[in-house]
Design a protein around this ligand. Structure first.
Ligand code: NDP
Length: 327
């Protein structure tokens, strides 16, 4: 038996509980992992609370991230004792995820850890940090350079925002942060932001075009915020959109795209091909100041995850939540 969070939906309703699970209940897969740590991501919070249609099959173990040790492998690239990371690929949505002491998955979904980070550090980064790196790689691919001008990062006190700010700063970019939490100003500055703007400046309907300021932007909020970010991005600037913390809609005009040649690129981490993942994790090991991870993450035990899920949806969680599944 092992412990895990289980989401059920039946005549008794939608509910998540910490429970004992049996190995025979694990889904099919060629690699069985003894999980050491998982995380609580925005998507997991939606799944646990039932506030968003994340879970596609019931019962489901949530948790889009995991790190652990291979206990059994039928996959040519992994042997017993290897430390591996998994982010996305539908775990915690369609396939049992990381918020349990064991997982059985498709070995093709794994990335070897190989000493770049400790398991705890890998989960401090997790899906949010790996997505932040995918956004930075997209900025680079589109030719945005540190001396081109300021980069705007929204949701700066959250998981994606924190890692994006830290990585961009280490790479020499000037980051302007957007946050709704003045009490986190010192934290956001410690990630490297040179200025913090109030979230309210971006969250209401704005003009089709505003004063040009950003050479690039990383947005986790969506809705009016994303529209206003695009409207204030400089000529031929670049916006990476990866989130919907403020809403799934995009009430914008085409003006920034057809009059200023702004490029809006969508970032998806879940189905990102393996080579892109390996590149993102390689770059994280080079371009993320590991000393900042201690400030970014808070560690909790499995039993603390459920009450935290609602707090995360309320925007009350700072940085990243790492879950020690054996605590
Ligand atoms: P967090 O909850 O850690 O951070 C989100 C941040 O957004 C909050 O900290 C807050 O920052 C800000 N925020 C929250 N609510 C609102 C609101 N109503 N209006 C404006 N800002 C708000 O989540 P993550 O950083 O982990 O994820 C951010 C988004 O990115 C989520 O929507 C998530 O689903 C998405 N995501 C997408 C991925 C992909 O593959 N495309 C992968 C990972 C995440 P502050 O307090 O500083 O304002």
């Amino acid at each position: 038996m092992f412990k895990g969070i289980l989401i059920q939906k039946d005549e008794a309703g939608y509910r998540a509980s910490l429970t004992d699970l049996d190995e025979s209940q694990l889904p099919e897969g060629d690699v069985t992992i003894r999980v050491s740590h998982s995380t609580l991501n925005f998507k997991d919070a939606l799944a646990i609370t039932g506030k968003g249609p994340v879970v596609r099959r019931f019962p489901m173990v949530p948790g889009v991230d995991l790190v652990g040790t291979v206990e059994h492998s039928g996959h040519s690239e992994y042997t017993v004792g290897d430390t591996v990371i998994l982010n996305g690929w539908g775990v915690g949505e369609k396939h049992w995820g990381g918020l349990a002491q064991k997982a059985r998955v498709n070995g093709d979904w794994l990335v070897p850890l190989r000493g770049r980070f400790t398991p705890e550090q890998a989960m401090s980064i997790g899906t949010a940090g790996y997505t932040a790196m995918l956004c930075v790689l997209a900025l680079e691919r589109n030719g945005v350079k540190p001396d081109d001008g300021e980069i705007l990062v929204t949701g700066a006190a959250g998981g994606v925002g924190s890692v994006a700010t830290a990585v961009l700063t280490k790479l020499g970019y000037s980051v302007v942060a957007v946050s709704g939490r003045p009490e986190e100003a010192a934290y956001i500055k410690s990630m490297g932001a040179i200025e913090i703007l109030d979230r309210d400046q971006f969250s209401s309907p704005g003009k089709p075009l505003g004063a040009e300021r950003w050479a690039g932007a990383i947005d986790v909020v969506g809705s009016h915020t994303l529209a206003n970010v695009c409207a204030t991005t400089r000529y031929r600037g670049f916006v990476a959109a990866c989130g919907l913390a403020g809403g799934m809609d995009f009430p914008a005009t085409v003006a920034p795209f057809i009059l200023r040649g702004v490029t809006l690129v969508g970032i998806d981490s879940v189905m990102c091909p393996r080579l892109g993942r390996l590149e993102a994790w390689r770059r994280l090991s080079r371009d993320l100041d590991v000393a900042k991870l201690a400030a970014i993450s808070n560690e909790v035990g499995l039993s603390e995850v459920m009450p935290l899920a609602q707090k995360m949806l309320n925007g009350e969680v700072r940085g990243r939540i790492v879950v020690d599944v054996n605590r």
